[in-house]
Design a protein around this ligand. Structure first.
Ligand code: C2E
Ligand code: MG
Ligand code: MG
Ligand code: MG
Length: 285
């Protein structure tokens, strides 16, 4: 009986693996086709300063699947990484972002905005990443000073010296860096001082805790203080309520992003809203 059980279990495992393999394989082909067929889109979420003025946007990837509708990045980025598709997908994201920046450069309302692009660790550590970014900026005549790359702490796993060197090359060209999801990773404090980081993005999970419990409030206070002491800009992610914003303002937080200020929307909607909001502020002055 035991051996039957064992065989059944092994078969089950092999079957599951096979199924997973097939699923990954078809996902890989679907993703490749998606890039080719123009099914990827960037959505844009506003980032605002202490007065609520839009200072930039974060580009967030969406897959507009012909049958399944919009698919969120968490559902396919991981698989894209495993399948070795990040050069293709990440490359598309950077091109599209630079194209947008170059268009904004010519617009009197949008030319001051920065654009933040998420870069996965696997994409960042590839040998020709810096060259690719610099060439793409050139190709689209986009302003490097307006491009912000968002990295997570996981990038430091490949070795701090390598990462610092790559970041410095891009920094010298004017590109800025934000550390995304700050507080959720590890070894952060140790590495912070050694990397040319201009912005800390406090993870949404901390922001949510702010008005819920005293511990959460204390935690966020000390994270903001630490960022300010280090001389980087502190941005709070996932701000959903006026109470959260008020608390964060009081802590000294400099920038905000979240549903309270605007959801990620299509490029057309983002540009329309931003131009309207920026013109409104200018007429008030
Ligand atoms: P992230 O970079 O931390 O982006 C913030 C996520 O929080 C986005 O989810 C955004 O839609 C969501 N969000 C913003 N404000 C709020 C809020 O007030 N409440 C709540 N509940 N959520 C909020 P999204 O667009 O699903 O992206 C998820 C993650 O996928 C991103 O997290 C990023 O790590 C990754 N990602 C997105 N686009 C790209 C990309 O182009 N390349 C790479 N490598 N990763 C990407
Ligand atoms: Mg991000
Ligand atoms: Mg984040
Ligand atoms: Mg994230």
């Amino acid at each position: 009986f035991n051996s039957i059980l064992a065989v059944t279990m092994i078969c089950g495992c092999v079957y599951a693996l096979q199924r997973e393999f097939t699923a990954h394989h078809s996902m890989k082909r679907e993703l490749q086709a998606a890039v080719r067929n123009g099914e990827l889109q960037l959505f844009f979420q506003p980032q605002v300063d202490r007065k609520g003025v839009i200072v930039g946007a974060e580009a967030l990837l969406r897959w507009k699947h012909p049958q399944r509708g919009y698919i969120a990045p968490d559902a396919f980025i991981g698989i894209a990484e495993e399948c070795g598709l990040m050069p293709l997908i990440g490359g598309w994201v950077l091109k599209d972002a630079c194209n947008t920046l170059s268009k904004w450069r010519e617009d009197p309302h949008l030319s001051t905005l920065t654009l933040a692009v998420n870069v996965s660790a696997i994409q960042f550590v590839s040998e020709d990443f810096e060259r690719f970014v610099l060439d793409t900026l050139d190709l689209y005549r986009a302003d490097p000073n307006k491009l912000k790359l968002e990295l997570t702490e996981s990038v430091t796993l490949v070795g701090i010296a390598t990462v610092a060197a790559k970041m410095n090359t891009l920094r010298e060209a004017g590109i800025t860096f934000a550390l995304d999801d700050f507080g959720t990773g590890y070894s952060s404090l140790n590495h912070l001082g050694r990397l040319p980081i201009q912005q800390l993005k406090i993870d949404r999970s901390f922001v949510q805790g702010v008005t819920e419990n005293p511990q959460g409030a204390k935690l966020i206070k000390s994270i903001v203080k630490m960022g300010l002491d280090l001389g980087v800009t502190v941005l709070a992610e996932g701000v959903e309520t006026a109470e959260q914003q008020a608390f964060l303002l009081n802590c000294g937080c400099q920038q905000f992003q979240g549903y309270y200020f605007g959801r990620p929307v299509s490029i057309d909607a983002f540009e329309r809203d931003s131009i309207a909001r920026i013109s409104e502020i200018r007429t008030m002055l």
